[in-house]
Design a protein around this ligand. Structure first.
Ligand code: C5P
Length: 234
């Protein structure tokens, strides 16, 4: 996939209100072509904003992180696809729910990706859940990526650290969407498994999800441009 650097960056609209998100989108103008609407904004009028973004010609990733019993997952994902979003996601939990979600997007143009292990978790967090293994995160991410691929997902959400293994095991066309992106000068915030934009792409990521390093910067256009420059090796 030979996408220009700027089109690989999905900016996470993690704002408490639609007004703040709308103001930010206006500020970014044509700079950003792909936005992510996630859980914070969904419950604060984000679905309305989503329609505005689509009408303005933007691509939208609805970060719904769906997980429930198969029947509910299928119906929820079908309704999400009917919103006309370009991408949405579910948690890769078990084959049954993934297959149900895949049925939900059938016949639509919505790409369906699965969250493997959230990028703010590390081996200690998995140990707490009874997964005791020095390579717990790596193993679980790969296991879930393969499970998702076999069940029909278009790709996965995973940190840049696991992207190369997923690419090797699941093939180049299996989409990898990578959050936890930071330049060395950025604050890490609550993320654990972080990586620079250029390294994540070199490791196989197709899209990068970036939130606070851009949205919280005093000059968000400048912050976006720094990410693009890093990808382009400038
Ligand atoms: O601000 P920051 O760049 O850390 O934002 C990352 C975004 O990616 C957030 O919107 C978060 O919900 C999302 N995300 C993540 N880890 C995942 C999946 C999604 O951080 N595994």
């Amino acid at each position: 996939m030979t996408l220009p650097a700027a089109e690989r960056i999905i900016v996470a609209l993690d704002f408490p209100t639609v007004d703040e998100a709308r103001k930010f989108v206006g500020q970014m103008g044509d700079t950003v072509s792909y936005y992510k609407v996630g859980l914070e904004l969904i419950y604060a009028g984000g679905l309305e904003l989503l329609q505005e973004l689509k009408a303005a010609g933007k691509k939208v990733f609805l970060d719904a992180k769906v997980l429930d019993i198969g029947n509910t997952v299928e119906r929820a994902v079908r309704n999400i696809a009917e919103l006309g979003v370009d991408m949405t996601n579910i948690h890769v939990h078990d084959t049954k729910t993934v297959k149900a979600a895949v049925c939900g997007v059938q016949g639509s143009n919505t790409a369906l990706v699965g969250v493997t292990v959230l990028t703010n978790l590390d081996n200690r967090d998995l140990d707490e859940q009874g997964i005791k293994d020095d390579l717990a995160v790596n193993n679980l991410v790969l296991k879930r990526a393969i499970m998702g691929k076999l069940a029909g997902l278009d790709g996965v959400v995973s940190s840049g650290l696991e992207a190369s293994t997923i690419r090797n095991q699941c093939g180049r066309s299996f989409m990898i969407v990578t959050p936890g992106i930071r330049l060395p000068s950025d604050k890490i915030d609550d993320q654990e498994r972080i990586m620079t934009p250029s390294r994540a792409i070199a490791n196989g990521a197709h899209y990068l999800v970036v939130g606070r390093p851009i949205t919280q910067d005093a000059n968000p256009r400048g912050a976006f441009a720094r990410m693009v420059a890093d990808i382009e090796g400038r």
